[in-house]
Design a protein around this ligand. Structure first.
Ligand code: PEP
Ligand code: MG
Length: 742
């Protein structure tokens, strides 16, 4: 019998005799794990971890030794919900010495969080005299005991006070980053809160294994139906949407490795449910340590699968019914889960761990659900049914808002839906300012599911087609035929309206499976066109797919991350060479470039002789101009496009392009914000390309702006700048004084 199996068997015997005292539990664990110390710390009111039982430390410390969450190794384990495996705990920077425990002789420590329903309610730790790096099997064993302990503590009501101690009724505000802008107010639904009282130890591992295998088969069938089954009807675009992301997900689902891990856990004596939770818990621990965004996505997919498998085992639908207007709080969210929740009518999403390029973010944007990511700590205090506001524009979650605060948001939401109704009327009207300056508002698109936004928003075309997004969603580069079909769909949907295809912008945070690029600064590393020029076969294949998709129609292609005119020339050369081979030739071939790297600003005269159009990628251009990583939330708001240097730079580009008669547009996120759009229009940008959500609000605002009046005001504000980081305040003041809602 393996050690783990024996420990589980002894635990089962212990439980069979009724609720086991904590003292017996620590004794048993210490004996079975050959540890000199085993201790249980329980969360008490005021975020304090109290020593509740120990084998090996001074018994007089029980009930006396208390550590704040975040204090000491135990506190750190609770705060981060991460396993601490330390051969030399006392020299860890977080170590907090408590003389009453008598723990000086013990060098090594393994501490695991005790978690229940998504919150940490205690810590279980073992210690040894000899410096020892505990094995993966030790970690698994202790985690299994922690699961049992969580149930025992809850059953004994030991943590009731702790739950109250976490200030469950006090309003809390959590900061995050915007994944999809918008506002949602409603009751909280917690994603992935586990059913309480799951049986943990199985009586018959063989029968349990059969039950698991049956559930896996049924789950995979359900998944196939979800992926294959939703292409028609009102939600057809959303569903076909998901196909691209779900294709990648399906690959994970069909990977046998994770099922094997669950089966192994069942063989060791756990029930199928407990085994799935265990493996999911391990994945959680691994995820925290993996820096690679792509791998994290894969693990999120796996957690999605684990949730589905648990639901299947319980014979339940993948998600519970949703109260009207509910907002979803999740640690992570897989693509299939997001689709399920969306179908249930979720109105907003806050995710603790989500990257803007991740699957959840891609789908949230495509489906138009307000969403924020990187919202740390919310799940330790949120309860199902709590009221919450997701203010995705500001990137924040307000949990249990004060009544007045909630009212403000409810009013804002009502105003928005009235505005939305008004905006909808603008859909078929041209974009023009109050004094008759015409503008072109275009759409940024990443997935074909977003194409229906062209008609929904009345956009005048696609100003940025991010071709890499579909590849990231699939997890692989599609072959030429598949790429061509994808691009043709965009051209079909656009009809007479132009589409600016951007060639693959991979690298940095957008990595395909198997791509391991070790770089200090991936945003400035081997990425994007640099890869395309170094691996011309890849770029050529994409260019051929674009030419095939055009099939004789006009075609516009631009290149990302161009640093020199020579790079642009080389890329254009590849396209022209390919164009000679593909028939029918496009009716008109326009070859342009993104302007994202500042060095290009000083090559404009040369560039403008050769490029047919320029599109300013302000997301990256701002990143490199101010040396401000676009993905670091703590830097948000420190620098501003609405500042003297950025506006002077942009105006220079507009003037140079105007003199050379080369069309210039701007396609960064800034274009979708009405105040920014107003300023960009004032400095002469007439084409703005943006995510779908921005088009009607921008059109609505511009329709009320008298550009003739605003331009001199803006010039004066810029001239009066005294080196401040932002000119936003005086511009906003002018707008408000003129009755513009910004
Ligand atoms: C940009 O950098 O502004 C841009 C539009 O490209 P991406 O956001 O895809 O990097
Ligand atoms: Mg860019």
């Amino acid at each position: 019998m393996t050690a783990r199996r024996r420990l589980l068997a002894r635990l089962r015997d212990l439980r069979a005799q009724g609720p086991a005292p904590l003292s017996e539990l620590v004794h048993l664990v210490a004996t079975e794990m050959v540890a000199e110390v085993c201790s249980i710390y329980v969360l008490r009111p005021g975020d304090l971890l109290e020593l509740a039982a120990t084998e090996g430390l001074n018994l007089t410390a029980i009930g006396r030794t208390r550590l704040r969450v975040g204090e000491g190794i135990v506190g750190l384990c609770a705060a981060t919900a991460a396993v601490m495996n330390l051969p030399d705990a006392q020299n860890h920077p977080a170590f907090a010495y408590r003389p009453e425990t008598g723990e000086e002789p013990f060098a090594s420590m393994l501490a695991v969080p005790v978690r229940r329903a998504g919150r940490t309610i205690g810590v279980l730790a073992v210690q040894n005299r000899a410096p020892r790096h505990y094995l993966e099997t030790d970690v698994e064993e202790l985690e299994t005991v922690a699961m049992l302990l969580a149930e025992s503590l809850a059953a004994a009501g030991a943590t009731d006070g702790a739950a109250e101690g976490l200030a469950a009724t006090v309003p809390r505000v959590f900061a995050g980053t915007t994944l999809m802008s918008g506002l949602a107010v409603g009751p909280v639904i917690l994603h992935g809160s586990r059913p309480i009282g799951v049986k943990l130890l199985s009586d018959d591992p063989t029968a349990e294994l059969a039950r698991l295998e049956d559930a896996v088969t049924r789950m995979q069938r359900g998944l196939d139906e979800l992926i294959a089954g939703a292409p028609q009807g009102g939600r057809g675009a959303d569903a076909s949407a998901s196909r691209e992301v779900l294709e990648a997900y399906r690959l994970v689902a069909s990977d046998a490795g994770w099922v094997r891990r669950v089966s192994d856990a069942v063989r060791s004596g756990l029930t199928a449910e407990a085994a799935v939770q265990r493996v999911a818990g391990e994945l959680h621990g691994h995820m925290r340590r993996i820096g690679d965004a792509y791998l994290r996505e894969r693990l999120a997919d796996m957690e999605d699968l684990a949730g589905r498998l648990l639901a299947t085992l319980a014979g339940k639908a993948p998600r519970p019914p949703i109260p009207p207007g509910a907002v979803l709080l999740a640690r992570r969210l897989g693509p299939a889960e997001l689709l399920d929740w969306h179908a249930g009518g979720i109105c907003g999403i806050a995710i603790e761990e989500a990257s803007p390029a991740g699957h959840a973010a891609i789908l949230a944007r495509a489906l138009g659900i307000p969403a924020i990511g990187g919202v740390r700590g919310m799940l330790d205090t949120a309860e199902t049914g709590d009221e919450a506001v997701i203010d995705a524009d500001e990137g924040q979650l307000v949990l249990r808002p004060e009544a007045e605060v909630r009212q403000v948001y409810v009013r804002a939401l009502a105003t928005r839906s009235e505005e939305h109704a008004g905006w909808a009327a603008l859909r078929d009207k041209p974009a023009v300012t109050a004094d008759g300056v015409p503008l072109r508002l275009m759409l940024n698109v990443g997935l074909t599911l977003e194409l229906d936004q062209l008609d929904r928003t009345g956009a005048e075309g696609i100003g940025l087609f991010r071709t890499e997004i579909a590849m990231l969603a699939r997890g692989a580069i599609a072959d030429v035929a598949e790429q061509a079909a994808n691009y043709a769909r965009a051209l079909d949907a656009a009809g007479d309206r132009p589409v600016m295809f951007r060639t693959l912008d991979l690298g940095a945070d957008k990595l395909l499976p198997g791509t391991v690029i070790e770089e200090e600064n991936p945003a400035m590393g081997w990425r994007s066109l640099r890869i395309g020029l170094d691996r011309p076969a890849l770029l050529r294949r994409q260019l051929r797919a674009l030419l095939l998709a055009a099939a004789g129609r006009p075609l516009s292609v631009m290149f990302p991350m161009v640093a020199t005119v020579a790079e642009f020339r080389a890329a254009r050369g590849l396209l022209l060479a390919e164009a000679k081979r593909v028939r029918p030739a496009p009716a008109r071939l326009q070859i342009g470039t993104m302007l994202e790297i500042p060095a290009l600003l000083w090559q404009l005269p040369e560039l403008l002789k050769e490029a047919d159009f320029i599109s300013v990628g302000s997301n990256d251009l701002m990143q490199f101009m101010f040396a401000v990583d676009r993905g670091t939330p703590s830097l948000y708001g420190r620098y501003d496009l609405l500042s003297q240097p950025a506006l002077d730079m942009l105006e220079g580009v507009v003037q140079a392009a105007g003199q050379a008669r080369v069309p210039v547009s701007l396609c960064g996120e800034a274009a979708s914000r009405p105040l920014e759009a107003m300023v960009l229009a004032a400095i002469g940008l007439t084409t703005l390309s943006m995510p779908a959500g921005g088009i009607l609000p921008v059109k609505a605002l511009l329709a009320r702006v008298d550009m003739g009046a605003f331009r001199p005001v803006l010039s004066a504000i810029r001239r009066g700048s005294t080196g401040t980081a932002s000119l936003r305040d005086p511009i906003t003041t002018w707008a408000r004084e003129h009755g513009l809602a910004v």
